[in-house]
Each structure stands twice: as C-alpha cells, then as structure tokens.
Design a binder for this molecule. Structure first.
Ligand code: BES
Ligand code: ZN
Length: 624
C-alpha cells in the first residue's frame, strides 16, 4: 500500500522542525472594552540544529516586543499569506542543543478569528460581557504566536486577568486578585489552548467533573449531564486506560459557539443546543471525553491525518454508548442486553453513514478530494475540508478492521496498546498502520485483505458495511409509507402516534430517510407539497422540538419541498443557533431554494456569528 505522504505540516509557516519546545507560559490580559487580549508567551526550547532565527505562526497579531532570555531582539513580521497568516521571524543565533527562552509580547486585533467577544446584551444573563476561544484547526495563531501545528506539543502554565471568571485548558491552581492561574502538565498542541471568561458559574456533574455555564442555565446544564458523566469516564477508562488529565469539566457556551463540542483539555466546550431537557444529546460529551485519548494524548501530526483524531474518537464514542446501553438494558432486565447494545451501536453507525453520504454529496465533484481519508491540503485552509468524512469514513474503517480481525474481543487489546505507545506524541497514518501490523503480526493475512488504498486514498463512499438495521427498520418503514402516500394521496392515516414512542435518534433516521428520497428516481419533495403539509400537521413535535438535530432536519426537509412557511422559520432559527453543523447546511439549502432570501437572512444575522462561522457561510453563499 502507498504510505509515501510527506509528514511536514503544510498548514504552518513556522520552522517547527528545527526546535523542541519543552514548556510554554501563556499570560493573557483580557480587555473587554477594547475587545482585545494583551498577551505574553514564553517558550522554553532547544534548537535541533544551529539556526539563525525562529519562525512562528501569527495571524492578525500586533507584536510589541520579542526577547531571547532577558535581551530584546530584532524580529520581522512577514507579509500575510492567505489563509496561513503572517510568519513572525525572530532573529537570534540559536545553537544546537542550547536551551533558550523566547518571549513575545503581543496584542490581538479585531480580525482575530480564534476569539469572540460578546457584548453583555447578547449573553443570557445580560450582566457581563463574554469571551471565548476556538483554536482548532489553525486559529491559535490569531490568539498567540506559536508553532501552530499539532506536531509540536508542550506543557504549559496558563494565566489570565479578567474582572470575570476565567477558564483555561489546564488544571486550576489559584486566583490572585483578578488573575487566574492554571497548569497543563500533559504536553498539548497549540490548537488545544483555550480561554473563556464571563459571568460563569459551576455545578458538580460527577466526582471529577463540574459543568459551567451562565447562572441562568446552570441547573438545566447540570441535569442534562449528571446522570452520565462519571459512567462515561469509567467506561472509557476500561476501554483505553486511566484518564490522566485530573479533572474533566465542561463549559456550556453562548449560542454562537460554532461547534457541537470542542475537546479543550480539562474543559470541554459545548454548544447550548445540547441542553434539550431529555439528555438525548449526551453522546456529544462521550465524544469530547473520548478525545482525552484520541486527539489530546495521541494527536494527528497535521490536518491531513485528522481522521486519526476524529475517526478514533467516533469509534470510541460509539463503544461508550454501546456499553452504557448494555448496562441500562441489563439493569432494566431486558432480554439479551448484549444484542440490544450491539444493535444500538449499529444504529448510530447508520446515522453516521447518512451524514457521510450527505458530506460526499455536498462536496460534489469539484471538491471530491476532501472525501479522502488522508488529505492533501497544500496551502488550503483546513476549515474548508471539514466534514463528516474523517469522522465517519474513519470510524467505519476502524469498525471494518475490528470485524476483519475477528471482532471486539480480538481488536480490543490493540486500543490501549496504540494509545500508550503514542501518548504525548503526534502520529500519522503510517504510524497507525505500522503499529497495527506489528501488533497483529500473526493476523497479517487478514489485514492484507483490507483494500487500504481505497479506504485511505479513495474518493467518495467506502465499501458499505453490513448494518444491523433492527432499530432503524421501524423508521425506514414509516418513511416508505410517506413516500407511498405521495402516490395514493392518503395522508389521513398518519398521526402523532406514529412517532410518539420514538427515541430522538429514531426521528433523526426517519427524517434522514425522507430527505434521502430527494432526487432518487426523479422524486422531488417540491412536487409533493401536500405531503409535507400533512407531515407538519401530523407531527407537531417536529416543529416544536428543543432537539436541534431533529428541528434542523425537519426544517430542511420542508425547505427542500420549497415550503414558504419553513423558509421563513428556518431563516429565523438561523438567528438563534451558531453551531456550524446546523448553520451551514441551513443556509446552503435556503440558498438552493432562494438565493436572495438566504443572503437577506445572512446579512441580518452575520454579526451574531462566530468569526469562523461567518467566514465559512460567506464562502458557501459566494459572498467572499
Ligand atoms: N474537535 C472537534 C471540533 C472541531 C473539529 C473543531 C475541527 C474545529 C476543527 C470536536 O470534537 C467535534 O468533533 N465536534 C462535533 C461533535 C460530534 C461529532 C459529536 C461537532 O462539533 O459537531
Ligand atoms: Zn471530535
């Protein structure tokens, strides 16, 4: 098989290969009035060879001073190269193996893509302004000069001064005056550096876990996660090994947080759309927790091998949910809990498979290179390649490997082996494959049956796995009844009862299946407006739901059918959510039906979005 990719990170302008960074000290002074951060970063490092300068990544930063040891030195901020930013070159005769300290004083600007400052009026409590960061994939450089590559990891001491509570990606040490101190003794890459500050309070959700949010939301947030948190941790520890970060906390952010979750060490960030009062979105926490091993301990070397982070994490997330399902079913005395849990795992994989199909469709032929597992990014922005592909093709590959080898019992010992071997390090696909072949040397013939080239480098959908459809069959059946009814016109037989007993995820599968009919054998929902109106009447829970996974799917299905009412409802809802998983496809579908309307809504809401989200929707709508 072909594993001849270069391991140099194409998404950094830095000369990171010339140095070993052993420790970092990041200090931030948060200025809510000017909406900037004044920062000081100090790196302890050792040059691997003699070199005349150190080159760091920056993006829209003002550099105030650079020093080596105590001595101020010359530096040059090079011209900006989109989308990677401006290289900061600091001149000094670095001698091989000599230990040096490099310090940079800087200030962020209003073009900073990692930070979002919110005025107090747009927070829930309206009492204090709010600040939060999102550094993955390459936004850390707009918050702090750094080797902005996941290949470089170091320990940190972190501190920030703010009139409001501060959370950062480390263990809390102390607060002195307005200054909060943290330490991160586990080496981490730049994309895991984090800060949040605002009117934030905490509530316990487990013996080693606290959930944080604005005061108005804290009770609801606590209820949403407290039943599962410690169970997730215990199951994950059994699957991999001991959780070594100390505490595992979560912060529920304001609506503009652009992701479902972000695995910032010690303090996972979560979208408020997870708080839906029925615990139906807790799998996102299982996912972010799983990153404590896949991604945060063992990190993909660069964004071309991002699937190693997300594919492994989805794999572990579903194993955690499978184990929880088993324990629950057993406790409730359900017959054959093991089989039921396996069916649940397969059911989640079916949802993932639908997501993958949608991503492959959305990239289309022009961007089909992004449907490969191992990417060739060149100087492209890794954000542009973001999709379900690394998640779902990646986890499908791991499940396939598990099955080819003979199932979970055979595969499971490999999990702790791989994560122990590479913890604190960064890896690429070759490291993964070498370790797999080494560990299963006696099963080489089985591994050789895997069509690696297609899995790793092929575009489009991978070979379709055999799913256990037991839990999905009911949803498929109901979807097909709707399709049949578009011919017979008999819509009276549908009623709220059809979906009353559905788990949230069954509704997801029903709606995904209904959406998948679009364009199949010339079927178009727009030709069946009556059916969609009937569905709207029969299933009012789908328009009223608090579950964003269901709401977005139902709205988008209606908009596919050109429902005027839902174009408006979707447009308005896009002003309430900031999670890109919903925002980007929402605008994309509005754009297909009515470009002007999509632009009108985007113009109305763009200032509420996180800079990363704003930039991507702009691109999606052809406005940039
Ligand atoms: N690390 C990702 C989020 C991310 C990826 C941010 C790439 C920036 C660049 C996080 O763990 C994630 O996967 N979030 C998902 C949650 C889901 C798959 C359960 C999300 O945001 O939807
Ligand atoms: Zn993830």
């Amino acid at each position: 098989m072909n594993t001849s990719f270069s391991s140099k990170d194409p998404s950094t302008l830095s000369n990171y290969t010339k140095f070993d960074v052993t420790d970092g000290a990041l200090d931030m002074d948060i200025d809510f009035d000017a909406k900037v951060v004044h920062g000081r970063i100090t790196y302890q490092l050792v040059a691997r060879e003699d070199t005349k300068s150190i080159v760091l990544d920056t993006s829209h930063l003002k550099i105030r001073r650079a020093a080596v040891g105590e001595v101020e030195v010359d530096y040059k901020l090079h011209d900006r190269k989109e989308p990677l930013g401006s290289a900061l070159e600091i001149f000094y005769d670095f001698k091989q193996t000599a230990r040096t300290t490099v310090t940079i004083d800087y200030t962020t600007t209003d073009k900073c893509t990692a930070l979002q400052f919110l005025d107090k009026e747009v927070t829930d409590g309206k009492k204090a302004p709010y600040l939060f960061s999102q550094c993955q994939a390459i936004h850390a450089r707009s918050m702090v000069p750094c080797f902005d590559t996941p290949s470089v990891k170091s320990t940190y001491v972190l501190s920030a001064t703010s009139p409001y509570k501060v959370l950062m990606s480390g263990r809390f040490i102390e607060k002195k005056g307005d200054k909060y101190f943290f330490e991160q003794p586990v080496p981490i890459p730049s994309y895991l550096l984090t800060v949040a500050s605002g009117d934030i309070v905490g509530a316990p959700i487990g013996p080693r876990s606290t959930v944080y949010s604005e005061p108005v939301g804290i009770k609801a947030a606590q209820w949403e996660f407290e039943a599962d948190m410690e169970h997730f941790l215990e199951i994950a520890e059994k699957l991999v090994f001991e959780y070594e970060w100390g505490t595992y906390d979560a912060l529920v952010l304001p609506a503009s947080f652009p992701y479902g979750g972000m695995e910032n060490p010690n303090i996972t960030f979560l979208t408020p759309t997870l708080i839906c009062k029925d615990r139906s979105n807790v799998s996102v926490v299982a996912h972010e927790l799983a990153h404590s091993w896949s991604g945060n301990l063992v990190t993909s070397k660069n964004w071309e091998h991002f699937w190693l982070n997300e594919g492994w994490t989805v794999y572990l997330e579903r194993r955690i949910i499978e184990a929880i399902t088993y324990a629950d079913a057993k406790r409730k005395g359900k017959a054959n809990p093991e089989q039921f849990a396996a069916q649940m795992r397969s059911f989640l994989a079916i949802i993932g498979w639908n997501d993958l199909e949608n991503s492959v469709k959305a990239f289309g032929p022009e961007l089909s290179q992004y449907t490969r597992l191992v990417l060739e990014l060149g100087s492209a922005d890794p954000d542009d390649s973001f999709s379900s592909v690394p998640y779902e093709k990646g986890s499908s590959l791991l499940v396939h490997i598990e099955e080819v080898l003979g199932g979970k019992k055979v595969f499971d010992p490999f999990i702790p082996h791989y994560f122990k071997k590479y913890r604190y390090k960064s890896v690429d696909t070759k490291d993964f494959l070498d370790t797999l072949y080494e560990f299963f040397a006696d099963k080489k013939d089985k591994l050789d049956k895997i069509d690696w080239d297609t899995w790793l480098y092929g575009e489009g959908m991978p070979p379709k796995p055999k799913f256990d459809t037991t839990l999905a069959d009911e949803c498929f059946k109901l979807a097909n009844e709707w399709k049949a009814a578009t011919k017979s016109g008999d819509y009276d037989k549908f009623s709220p009862k059809d979906v009353e007993s559905f788990e949230a995820n069954q509704s997801v599968v029903l709606l995904d299946t209904l959406s998948s009919f679009e364009n199949q054998n010339d079927f178009h929902w727009a030709d069946h407006a009556k059916a969609l109106e009937a569905m709207d009447k029969a299933y009012p829970i789908y328009s009223d739901t608090q579950n964003a996974e269901i709401k977005s799917r139902f709205y988008m299905l209606q908009v596919t059918g050109k429902s005027k009412k839902y174009c408006k409802l979707l447009g308005e809802w896009l002003g309430e959510v900031g999670r890109m998983k919903f925002v980007r496809p929402g605008y994309a579908i509005l754009n297909e039906v009515d470009h002007d309307l999509a632009v009108e809504y985007f113009t109305k809401w763009e200032n509420t979005y996180h800079p990363i989200c704003r930039a991507l929707v702009k691109k999606d709508l052809g406005l940039s």
